[in-house]
Design a protein around this ligand. Sequence first.
Ligand code: ADP
Length: 600
Amino acid sequence: MSKTKKTFLKLEGGDRRLIGRLWRVYVRPYLATLLLAFLFMTILAAATAAYTWLLKYVVDSMTVGGADLGQDALEQTRNFAIVAVPLVLGLTVVSGFSLFIQSILSNKVALNVVGDLQKSMFASLQKTDFAVLTKTAVGTHVSRFTNDVNLVASALLRAMNNLVRDSLTLLFLIASMFYHNWQLSLIIVLVYPVAILPIIRISKRIRGTSHAAQTQMGRITSLLGESIGGTRMVRSYGLETYESKRLGAAFDERIRLYLKLVTAQARVDPIMEILGGVAIAGVLAFGVFLMASGQASGGELVAVLGAILIAAPRARALGTLNNVVQEGLAALSRIFATIDERPTITERKNAKSLTDVKGKLAFKRVRFQYGDDAQALDGISLTVKPGETIALVGPSGGGKSTLINLIVRLYDVSAGQIEIDGHDIRDVNLASLRGAMALVSQDIVLFDDSVAANIGFGRQDASFDHIEAAAKAAAAHGFIMELPDGYQTRVGEAGNTLSGGQRQRIALARAILRDAPILLLDEATSALDASSEAKVQTALNTLTKGRTVIIIAHRLSTIRSADRICVIDKGTIVEQGSHKDLLKKKGLYAKLHALQFTQN
Ligand code: ADP
């Protein structure tokens, strides 16, 4: 039987590794629960097989009773009822109870294993390179945590319920069949193995289709995220029909792929059904012959037939098990790929922890390109003194945001180096590097939590007083107090319930609370109206005092007070100096300034 099982599952080397790893790392911690589940499965299997004895007893005693008409018949019926009825009830109670306990235990194992997989995946995603993470659509990542995890859970449950429980039951049934009448039982052993080859062929086809179906599910998740997330754009541009068509096509594709999958899967059932019929017909024909020649009793024949009938659905389940396991394995390999993603942006072994940061930044012949694209930064050299405010200006696409991405090590330089207080940032421990900085970017991220918590993300140990003080400094206290629950108001997913200016002030409060020596502002005042801009500007002036600041701004009016302005174009610094110097120079800055001046 065990040999048959192996051929049945058709494990290749890679699959064996997947299962081995799943077993060692994720299943073994729940071994005790699993063994307990197996115990109840064994009880259930034995109880199920015991039914065939009951059948044999009933039929044999009836045949005898039937032949013996008269006075004894009544007594025999009574005796029979006294023995058989409690036995039937007892067996059902035992199997019902075992099934209940086993089912809970198996689910407990599967849920825990899958939960641990999710945790491992998420831990890995937290470290995965920004570049890798952003290359794949969010929906595809989400799909790993939802669809793929479900597939693994189903495969695990089926493996426990079918491979273990049903195989055990089959084993007990086959053993009792042989015990009842071995000649009859031989028929079964000859008939069922015929199914193995076609089932393997079918499951190979299923694996490919299943992969396509899962990829499609990931795509649907992405599309839904995009479309629902972009509702404002969709409604205001009247794109409902377009979106419905786009999503409709994806849903249709899902129907097509799943239908293909189900069709392949459904082929297994008739094969098992027909084999069952052949087995029963064989046993009947041969059984009548054996009975006629006195080699089998009616009870034995019925017991073997009963065993086949009880075994059939379980054998069928074993037939379709392979498909589910194949799907689960495909999902598992995607899950492990996510877990195994190794970040390139890591700390060096002897990375130092930054302490008492002065805030000196130095860019030394920094070059950078995104993947194989053109050079985004083409030899930037710049030294920023502690406490200095540097403004980056220039045409869009020049490389300003890229420079900020490099400072916080979302990406690493392709050539050259960036230093903080004289240390190459790659020699510094990541947490202390990022801890020395506060970033306020144009895409403000607010989590669906209270306003206070959203400000508190700036410094996780901050007290409420600190949070309030930061909000006041960011000119946010006023509007926060007007919210329904003040600081405890939930901001709604992605902060949709707040205005752009309000969100920006929360982000600034967060940065103020962080109290980091280096401040990175990427278009920090872009979403503000004139009156709140004035308020935020005051807050910014307080915030920037005594810190090293790198600020990107389109509106040149906001950065006149910067100590130095660097004009960045096509990945290089083309001019630098004070506002006045640069105006006098009549270069790119003067041109940009004139342009904005006429626009305003
Ligand atoms: P700026 O902030 O000055 O507008 P960026 O730093 O955003 O400029 O962009 C510099 C160059 O790098 C541009 O050519 C832009 O297209 C490219 N770029 C920016 N981000 C990415 C990315 N994630 N992948 C590939 N290219 C990018």
